[in-house]
Design a protein around this ligand. Structure first.
Ligand SMILES: *Cc1c(COP(=O)(O)O)cnc(C)c1O
Length: 416
């Protein structure tokens, strides 16, 4: 049922799968089955051999999960997608599918904390080197790419720094050097930007955030845009997959090697919650973005706020680029600086509506102090590079009535 002529808001609801053939159910049922039975040994052999399509075991593929993959594939105009247990599973599985011991990756330095920790601390134990470069400097990416580079990784809007890389300019560099460009589009979702149009070869989302939208299921997904030629000499380990499935080589390696062997499968029940949550992503993102724009405008002129970060403000250094790249919408993340750590804590403690927790993309407005929480493992230099000052508060603006969000923030600032 994937109809690529539909517009994104329609694909959210009809893309990838339609009513169930047998029952007419419009909500993709939860196929809560570990394995799938075949009538004959010949039949199951054919599926194991890849001669016939079919489900075998839910660690590798499951109908409820496949429906979610199909919908995201339609939204990103991809070749295919693999849904996994979390956003971090999406990032780590993709790196492990492309890079091995002795290889390197290149990453923009403004990254989600978990991704930074994976790249900075964990990958080196598996022999994978990482070069960090300033995400606003496409030439730095060119300099960092060498023969050992297996991928380049950036986020659409750095979190919590809220800086915006020029994806098309970086894609021009990665194309010239023959390296796939991976874009983490979690905070922009398929509605604010289709990274493929800007030249991304692979897209990852933490679907725990806006795609789920209600703060009730962890998940992640990897999309192959279908633009990179996997016969590249950088990826000899994909040759057997290419021989079997052609341009689906990476997706096959991900599913039948990485996800099968590391076991990072998405549970069918979580896929059900994601399939349901994504249907309202269009209206939610509109409201998230308009509420965040109002919050940012309010904070930008408030005397107690030293600095407000939001790509939608025309004072933001990346405003023009963000405007061009994301079609006049700028997401739900807003940061403020309050001078020192003490007023940050007082502000957070005085909020009643905004919830103090480590998440974003929930219907609820969320607030947190990154330096003492999600970024506490970073050292001083790393924090500085990632824009995590001690006086920074991050708001993930929800979809409540904006007047109530502003009242709450105003009350919090009045205590300072
Ligand atoms: C949350 C997040 C992740 C990690 O996702 P999980 O689902 O929490 O594992 C990765 N990238 C970005 C940009 C995120 O916001």
């Amino acid at each position: 049922m994937s109809n690529i002529s539909w517009r994104p808001e329609t694909k959210l609801i009809h893309g990838g799968f339609g009513p169930d053939d047998k029952t007419g159910a419009t909500a993709m049922p939860i196929v809560q089955s570990t394995a799938f039975a075949y009538r004959s040994a010949e039949d199951i052999e054919a599926v194991f051999a890849g001669r016939e399509a079919g489900f075998l075991y839910s660690r590798i593929a499951n109908p409820t999960v496949s429906a979610f993959e199909a919908r995201i594939t339609a939204l990103e105009d991809g070749l295919g997608a693999i849904a996994v247990s979390s956003g971090m599973a999406a990032v780590s599985s993709l790196v492990l599918a492309l890079a091995g011991s002795g290889d390197e990756i290149v990453a923009g330095s403004s990254l989600f904390g978990g991704t930074y920790s994976l790249f900075r601390h964990t990958l080196s134990r598996y022999g994978i080197g990482v070069r960090f470069v300033h995400p606003r400097n496409p030439a730095a990416f060119r300099d960092a790419i060498g023969d050992a580079t297996r991928l380049v990784f950036v986020e659409t809007i750095g979190n919590p720094k809220l800086d915006v890389p020029d994806i098309a300019a970086i894609a021009a560099v990665t194309r010239e050097r023959g390296v796939p460009l991976v874009v983490d589009s979690t905070v922009t979702t398929p509605l604010l930007v289709q990274p493929k149009r800007l030249g991304a070869d692979l897209i990852v989302h933490s679907t725990s955030k806006f795609i789920n939208g209600h703060g009730n299921a962890i998940g992640g997904i990897i999309i192959d845009a279908g633009t990179f030629d996997w016969s590249s000499p950088r990826f000899p380990h994909l040759a057997p997959f290419r021989a079997r499935v052609g341009q689906f080589a990476l997706l096959a390696a991900l599913r039948n090697r990485i996800c099968r062997d590391f076991g990072c499968c998405l549970a069918p029940f979580n896929a059900f919650l994601l399939n349901m949550g994504i249907e309202t992503l269009g209206v939610r993102m509109e409201r998230h973005c308009s509420n965040a724009a109002r919050v940012a405008a309010f904070l930008a002129t408030h005397p107690k706020v030293a600095e407000t970060g939001y790509p939608g403000l025309d004072t933001h250094p990346d405003h023009d680029l963000a405007n061009r790249q994301f079609g006049g919408r700028y997401g739900a993340l807003v940061s403020i600086r309050l001078g020192t750590r003490e007023p940050c804590f007082r502000f957070i403690n005085s909020l009643r509506l905004a919830k103090n927790l480590a998440n974003l993309g929930d219907t609820r407005t969320l607030v947190m102090h990154p330096a003492s929480t999600i970024c506490r493992d970073l050292n001083a230099t790393e924090r500085l590079a990632m824009g995590v000052t001690d006086d920074l508060v991050r708001l993930a603006v929800g979809i409540e009535d904006p007047a109530d969000i502003l009242d709450d923030i105003e009350r919090g600032l009045a205590t300072l």
